[in-house]
Design a protein around this ligand. Structure first.
Ligand code: PEP
Ligand code: MG
Length: 544
């Protein structure tokens, strides 16, 4: 048995076979082949297998996430059947007598360079696609399982990977994946947040404990303690089977809190909402009895698309969430890409400090044509439920005024076109920069609510990169500096008669529930799986 210690970022225990995901590119070896004809046949067979895998992936994606998301895999299939691409590979094998893996890789690089050099941003983004499908063919040739993180065929398994990007995590097959373990990563990364939303046990930062040779071996992972046991001995297996049963019993007991009010023994009430990344997460929100959605990270609609999502696509997504939530509030945050959420087709320039760079509201205010599409979709969807709009990464009053000016223009356009929307839609901001806390009184006069993004607020207040797993105690979100920021923002909100909540991960931290009640936060928005544990803590609060 091998014992590895990582950082548990999403609770729960999983026991199952490890599947190693190839999320990093390895060098492809060049070999001379004796029989180029046979090598061409080997390539064709691998290509056909890859196309079959993509067909399955396409159908599964369509069933789980809808036709729109599945289109990417249609494009990938077409790429593998493109005559120029196929001819280039087969010519290389025949003329240079090289192995198929090498020919596929060289052709992929050549096509990717060609796409990247094009003027059109859509075509530039295809560079990543051609590399992705080619990696799938190479994996088949090398006898590995398919193409990276999108692959989910076979039995249930625990994913082991060097790292997982948020976009790779959302593509994991939830019906098969029991949990995941990564060598890199950090607790506040969006990958960790997604794991909590998906209710998947997850461990990050195992570093050198990552060994691709563990593929196929049995493992026990404990997402609360961060422990991983590869080839567990009988005693460990029995112990963790027991712990797993206990954990499931604990979850079952929490179910009894469904429908009960979120209030302390002395009657202090807090609105308990949930965070989501895509419409299908609403199922978990309802299953965990959240009273609303306090943060819909709309950028995941962009992360999962291969091009700018259209107004219609977004409208359908927002409408679906609003309708499913009925009259419960749904706070939809406008596009927050940049930093760790990179979207190829935005063609954002490389930045040395992306967390301090061109992201979120800064993109929306400088590229209003993109922002307006989202605002139109949001406003149109607002008649189907109780939607509020939330602006991320605000640092000044002027940014809010500029955003509201653009919102006003979009409202006028809709009125001109006799298109309905909720004329009283609430507009709020995220409080996630120290500047927004310092300016909280002025900002509160401009908006309907505040929601404190403690993930970024901690990063910017303590000058600790949230993606860096090595900062340890320096990145302490319990720091008095962060807690004082939360108090300052809440008090400013209340002075101006608006509500203030927390939608960062700290909201679910049960060690701070008493503090948040004392500060007087009006709302806490947490991962769906944290809703009932938090309701339990609030209901047990003694001195409220
Ligand atoms: C935050 O920063 O706390 C937040 C909720 O936003 P995100 O984690 O998506 O940056
Ligand atoms: Mg944030």
């Amino acid at each position: 048995m091998e014992t590895i210690r990582g950082i548990g970022v999403s609770g729960g225990i999983a026991i199952g076979a490890i599947r190693v995901l190839d999320t990093v590119d390895h060098a492809v070896e060049r070999r001379v082949v004796d029989d180029p004809k046979a090598e061409v046949e080997r390539f064709r067979a691998a290509r056909d297998t890859a196309v079959d895998q993509l067909k399955q992936l396409r159908d599964r994606t369509a069933a789980e996430f809808g036709e729109g998301k599945a289109e990417l895999f249609d494009t990938h299939q077409l790429m593998l059947q493109d005559p120029d691409y196929v001819e280039s590979i087969e010519d290389l094998i025949t003329s240079s007598r090289v192995n198929a893996e090498f020919a596929v890789n060289s052709t992929a690089e050549q096509f990717a360079a060609m796409f990247a050099a094009m003027d059109n941003s859509y075509m530039q983004a295809r560079a990543a696609d051609v590399r992705d499908v080619s990696r799938r063919v190479i994996n088949v040739l090398e006898g590995k399982r398919g193409g990276g993180a999108q692959d989910g065929d076979g039995d249930s398994h625990i994913i082991l990977a060097e790292d997982l990007a948020p976009s790779e995590t959302v593509q994991l097959d939830r019906s098969k994946v029991l949990g995941f373990v990564t060598a890199k990563g950090s607790a506040n990364s969006h990958t960790a947040i997604l794991a909590r939303t998906m209710g998947l046990p997850a461990i990050i930062g195992i570093g050198d404990g990552f060994d691709p040779a563990d593929d196929g071996h049995t493992a026990v992972i404990d997402g609360t303690s961060g422990m991983v046991f590869v080839d567990p001995d009988e005693a460990t297996l029995t112990e963790y089977q027991g712990k797993k049963a206990q954990y499931e019993e604990h979850l079952r007991l929490l179910q009894e809190l469904k429908g009960k009010p979120t209030e302390t023994k002395s009657g202090q009430q807090v609105r308990l909402y949930a965070n989501i990344g895509r419409p299908s997460d609403v199922t978990a929100v309802l299953a965990n009895d959240a009273e609303g959605i306090g943060l819909f990270r709309s950028e995941f609609l962009y992360l999962e698309s291969r091009d700018y999502p259209t107004e219609e696509f977004q409208f359908e997504a927002y409408k679906e969430v609003a309708q499913k939530m009925g009259d419960r509030l749904v706070v939809i945050r406008t596009l927050d890409i940049g930093a760790d959420k990179q979207v190829g087709y935005f063609n954002l320039e490389h930045e040395d400090n992306p967390a301090l760079g061109y992201r979120a509201i800064r993109i929306c205010l400088t590229r209003p044509e993109i922002f307006k599409v989202q605002l139109r979709a949001l406003l149109r969807a607002s008649v189907y439920g109780n939607i509020a709009i939330m602006l991320p990464m605000i640092t000044s009053v002027q940014e809010v005024r500029d955003a509201k000016q653009i919102l006003g223009e979009v409202k006028d356009e809709l009125r001109g076109g006799h298109i309905d929307f909720d004329g009283h839609i609430q507009v709020g901001i995220m409080i996630e920069t120290p500047a927004s806390v310092i300016m909280a009184d002025e900002l509160a006069a401009e908006v309907d609510f505040f929601s404190i993004g403690t993930n970024d607020l901690t990063q910017y207040t303590l000058a600790c990169d949230r993606q860096n797993p090595n900062l340890g105690r320096f990145a302490d979100p319990h720091s008095p500096a962060v807690l004082r920021m939360i108090r300052m923002a809440t008090e400013a909100a209340h002075r101006h008669g608006i509500w203030c909540g927390i939608c960062g991960e700290l909201g679910a931290d049960l060690e701070l529930t008493d503090t948040f009640l004392e500060i007087g936060l009006d709302e806490l928005s947490v991962s769906p799986t944290s809703v009932l544990p938090l309701r339990n803590a609030i209901r047990n609060h003694e001195n409220g």
